[in-house]
Design a protein around this ligand. Structure first.
Ligand code: FAD
Length: 434
């Protein structure tokens, strides 16, 4: 199968790229190489899978079309939030109640994997603890109380605190919200620096990393052969970790993920006093709408304000002009503040919102992890661990829980998928109004 790598959309220079640690250059693949596992994609999914496999003694090659962390992993909101998927009880008929409970526990473990990786390898990525879910409506607050109760029943060891409407200004300096749920086990970080740090860890563990090495063709079989413009890799096992940037590389997997654009603006650095009026406790926050606002302060006190979800494949001409009114609705006091950076990236949405972690039914040596539905910072790290466990033969029970959940192929083929999803999302937004 051949796959022209399409040009990305809306990837204007991000604040992260401008403030990252030095970015080492990994060479492009040249000639023919052999390894145990070839991983396609140098984002969190690919890098963490590579680390987990190398730690278990396998030889690994990572092929990245552009730069390590170039995709969503290096340009996201940096919000590290507990949990994987959404509405996990819907899977009880497939996995049983105990299976669902295991998924929920893995959603908590996922943040611990990130924490441990950062601490163990001393990755400088501004990790800061503290996150708050923001209630747009009183019924959101009722839902938060149930969430907190469930988390405690699962043994969640971090502080959880409901915030009543009259206390909301201690978390966000805005009149937009009617309450919140503080979670001190979630937080925020500089995602590109985390990805670069993980690439360095992988390299130190003996993983061979190649950049500017877009995979253009895969020959499947008991041994796969993966081709780039200037070389090829033979491997016993292949892992596809391209998420929303997969394009046509594997149409079966591509049909199960809808790429959607999300956008972020970064203000100029704010004074300490001004930053504290916006987010007095320096927490990351998200509201509860389908096209949610998510925002936080950077280490140099810029407000990084993200949101929107575009399914059309067309990005706003001017991201700052598009996002600024959303920011000013929440913080009118920022009217005179300059926007220094604007950028976007692609989120991979799956129909049931459970990350898709599994292997191709007709190619049992081809594994994949994708469709984190905008909540992938922690879930990619869990996916890497589960793939490491399964591919190394250490254990597959946890991997199997994810792999046995079916994921529908979006109807309408490549060109109709996005408009159909846009219609679906419009329906959800209309429901928010009632
Ligand atoms: C704007 C934005 C904000 C977000 N905010 C958050 C957040 O705050 N918290 C959160 O948890 N999640 C967030 N997400 C989601 C999160 O970033 C993703 O779920 C996660 O980074 C996915 O990682 P990945 O490695 O699977 O994919 P990616 O990081 O997208 O990496 C895929 C890589 O595959 C490469 N690739 C594609 N095709 C080929 C090929 N043919 N050959 C070789 N390489 C190829 C691409 O170049 C890319 O680097 C956000 C996403 C976006 C876009």
């Amino acid at each position: 199968m051949s796959a022209p790598v399409q040009q990305p959309t809306s990837h204007t220079a991000s604040y992260y790229a401008a403030s990252s640690l030095p970015q080492p250059e990994y060479p492009p693949l040249q000639g023919e190489l052999t390894c145990d596992v070839c991983v396609v994609g140098g984002g969190f999914s690919g890098l963490n899978t590579a680390i987990e496999l190398a730690e278990r003694g396998l030889s690994v090659i990572v092929l990245e079309a552009r730069k390590m962390g170039w995709g969503a992993s290096g340009r996201n909101g940096g919000q590290l939030i507990r949990g994987v998927g959404h509405g996990l009880d819907q899977f009880a008929s497939i996995l049983g109640n105990e299976g669902v409970r295991q998924l929920k526990l893995m959603g908590l473990e996922a943040v611990d994997i990130v924490r441990e990786r950062i601490e163990r390898h001393n990755i400088a990525c501004d990790l800061t603890w503290g996150y708050c879910d923001l209630a747009n409506k009183p019924r959101d607050l009722e839902g938060f109380a149930e969430d907190a109760e469930e988390l405690r029943s699962l043994g969640y060891r971090h502080e959880l605190r409901l915030v009543q409407p009259e206390q909301m200004h201690t978390v966000v300096g805005s009149d937009q919200y009617v309450g919140g749920l503080i979670d001190m086990g979630s937080g925020h970080l500089h995602p590109l620096n985390l990805a670069l740090g993980e690439a360095a860890v992988a390299s130190q563990l003996g993983v061979t990393l190649f950049e500017q090495s877009a995979v253009t063709r895969i020959d499947y079989g008991p041994q796969v052969r993966v081709h780039t413009a200037s070389g090829s890799v033979r491997a016993n096992t292949l892992v596809l970790g391209c998420n929303a940037y997969l394009n046509d590389l594997n149409p079966t997997l591509g049909g199960k993920v809808l790429p959607a654009g999300s956008y972020i603006i970064a203000t100029e650095p704010l004074s300490d006093a001004k930053a504290r009026t916006l987010l007095p406790q320096n927490m990351a926050v998200c509201d509860q709408r389908v096209a949610l606002d998510y925002y936080r302060l950077s280490a140099d006190r810029r407000l990084l304000f993200g949101g929107a979800c575009h399914y059309s494949g067309r990005d706003p001409q001017d991201i700052a002009a598009y996002m600024r009114p959303k920011m000013l609705k929440v913080f009118p006091q920022l009217a005179d503040v300059r926007i220094d950076y604007q950028w976007g990236g692609m989120i991979g949405i799956g129909a049931n919102r459970l990350p898709q972690i599994g292997r191709l039914p007709d190619q049992p040596n081809v594994y994949f992890a994708q469709a984190y539905s905008g909540h992938g910072l922690n879930a990619t790290h869990l996916a890497g661990k589960l793939l490491g466990e399964a591919i190394s033969g250490q254990q597959s029970g946890r991997f199997d829980l994810f792999a046995q959940v079916p994921h529908i192929t979006f109807p309408g083929g490549k060109h109709l998928r996005s408009p159909l999803l846009a219609l679906g999302m419009l329906w959800h937004r209309l429901k928010e109004l009632v």
